[in-house]
Ligand binder design. Structure first.
Ligand code: ADP
Length: 197
């Protein structure tokens, strides 16, 4: 084993888990951020190293120069994917919550990671329910024509064909969704033996 690999193993041993990416995709209001934060809390309580990458946050800072055309969305996801890879390579469990409506963009983010280290979670929620929740008041504004290219209203959402996990967030509550994601992480042997967040 070369020294870089040894270093990686040693860090995984110290952290009690390996670095990887959990990528939440879905309509605005589907529950991506809520779920990513709930998971982070759960993982942190078990002393796991994790980071939440929230799409709204990124758009306020790193990606504030980008709009919502397909090309700009692709660039937004490219940057997020690269950032997720860097955090994962530093040993963290990355919880990335981005609408990421295009399959091709998500596939590019996935391709940056080794097989098994990118878990795509589709937060599935009918548009009507997201619109009813209207957590940020954006649907109302999109319907009023104040926001253009709004996913689900005036811009497409391409649902994943084969995500590692599909959660029906209109039917399952937050606790149940959190457990499902954790179960998939265990299936993918993300944690060292004995570590059970
Ligand atoms: P997104 O990040 O996808 O835009 P948010 O997490 O900001 O969505 O908002 C989702 C809303 O739906 C929150 O008000 C949350 O409390 C609610 N919600 C209801 N059920 C769930 C669930 N199963 N998982 C996550 N959020 C849920």
């Amino acid at each position: 084993m070369d020294s870089a690999n040894l270093k990686l193993r040693r860090r995984e041993e110290l952290n009690g888990h390996r670095g990887m990416v959990v990528w939440f995709t879905g309509l605005s209001g589907a529950g991506k951020t809520t779920l990513a934060r709930a998971l982070a809390e759960r993982l942190e309580r078990a002393a796991c190293h994790c980071v939440v990458m929230d799409g709204d946050d990124l758009r306020r800072g790193l990606c504030s120069d980008l709009g919502f055309s397909p090309q700009e969305r692709a660039e937004n996801i490219r940057r997020a994917g690269e950032m997720a890879r860097m955090f994962a390579e530093a040993g963290m469990i990355v919880l990335a919550a981005l609408i990421s409506p295009y399959r091709a963009d998500r596939a590019r983010a996935r391709a940056l990671m080794p097989a098994g280290d990118f878990i795509e979670v589709h937060c599935h929620c009918p548009l009507e329910v997201c619109e009813q929740r209207d957590v940020k008041g954006l649907y109302r504004r999109a319907r009023a024509g104040e926001i253009s290219e709004f996913t689900g209203i005036s811009s497409p959402y391409e649902a994943p064909e084969a995500p590692e996990l599909r959660l029906d967030t209109a039917k399952l509550d937050l606790a149940a969704c959190t457990e499902r994601v954790l179960a998939v992480l265990h299936e993918h042997a993300v944690f060292s033996r004995g570590r059970r967040p």
